[in-house]
Design a protein around this ligand. Sequence first.
Ligand SMILES: *[C@@H]1O[C@H](CO)[C@@H](O)[C@H](O)[C@H]1NC(C)=O
Length: 491
Amino acid sequence: MASYYRRYWPRNITATILLLVVAIIVIRLAANRLRNGTRADDNDDFVPPQIDFPRHSDFARTLREVASDDNTVVIAVIDANYAEVALNFYASSIKRHGIENMIYVSLDEGTCDILAGAFPEMRHRCFLHKDISAASDTVLQQSRNYKEKTYLRRFFILEALKLRHNVIVTDVDMVFVGNPLADIKRTCGRCDLAIMWDGHQENYDGGLVFAKATDRTITFYNRLASYELSHGTGRLALNTALKETKKKKLALKVETLSTKKYKVGIEFFAHNSCPEKKAYKGVLVIHNNYIMEAPNKVFRLKECMLWDWDGFDGYFTNASRRYLTVESAGPRGHPEHQSLLNAFSLAKLLHRTVVLPYLECKKSKCNLLMRMYDHSHLHFIGRFNSVTAGNYRECTFLSNPRVPSAIKDSNSPMFHIAFRDDNTKVTSHGEPVRHLVPKDLNAGPTVREIFGWLAGRPERVIRFDSLTGWFSHINHVNILGENLVKIIREL
Ligand SMILES: *[C@@H]1O[C@H](CO)[C@@H](O)[C@H](O)[C@H]1NC(C)=O
């Protein structure tokens, strides 16, 4: 043994040293790449684009027109992915509080038209920046495009500041539960910037920023624009730029908006649940963040009854839409899937829209988004929306005050599809049920029986206690299509 080692030891040492040297070289190269690479790629390479903004004088004039007495404007920069969210923000936060000093800047063709289609005043309050270099499929082009977009987001804020307007820069995934403008100005006093604080990551949250038109703020925003090119957009760049400012002792007076009044999403919608009434006490602004993807953001606000925008075809109020509810989908797993498949099939046959029941989660009843959170099922809502063409409603729909009582008070009896030896008399909540009795109590109802019982029902809402039965005459795949059946089984 010993001689074995002695014989091989020298060669091993040489190999180890060689390996170490190679490793050191590789690590140094990698570090250099990291250090210089990002900068070379993202900054030195990047010449801020000559901004072709033909409506600049319009922009300046509109800012003058809409600015409040103390020369403040609210600006939200949007793109096509967030058109629906922007519409809701306008409805729920801007228009609702009569905030008049607000404009949108759109980075995509068509978005301003969509906004103006819903709110005609947007014709003059939405600025389109002509879409930047038509998409090319090379990665380089895409990243360049992304950088330009990033840069443009700051460009408009900077222009407004340079025109000596104080700017409230807001994301559109915000809900102004109350009008925050007076509070923001009071908080700021003699500050340059007032920013939300992220109670979760202990950083500033860029969802809502008050930027006063001072030279210090302009300098800061210039620096921020360059950080965003090298560090990515949003919170990270903002916090990096602020830390740098502090470290270098650059003059900039920053105030923090109260975390009691300005809430970030992870805290307010803990685990994607909807907070109780008392959680709203004293709250002015909710940032609907810490959730990825627009469809999830939208759905969260709908479930929590914070969504205001009625859509182009009356999401809450459409008088010609009829609904079908199922009180309980039964225990998680097969019964629940069966119940939802039956509900969607019956609704399809009867030209009705399913209002989802509360589902079973680990500890208690929960909404769909909580269930998705349980599963980390990020794309579910988006896919569900596209498979159903949006023809379903969240579990809180019928308790939402935006739904007119002509709809929610027009209820059928609580129906119960009977099976053999069935003596169900009341629901789990004690409400009496009305039995619908199929001829074949083993096989369940036929499509013809369903029509006979329910097609002529005048009520807006047809209610079932549960639909967990196995109905052999109802073929889910034929009625709903494979995709919908598949996605319901993923729940
Ligand atoms: C109601 O919804 C139907 C179906 O989506 C749509 O065709 C109709 O235009 C809507 N009506 C209103 C008043 O929005």
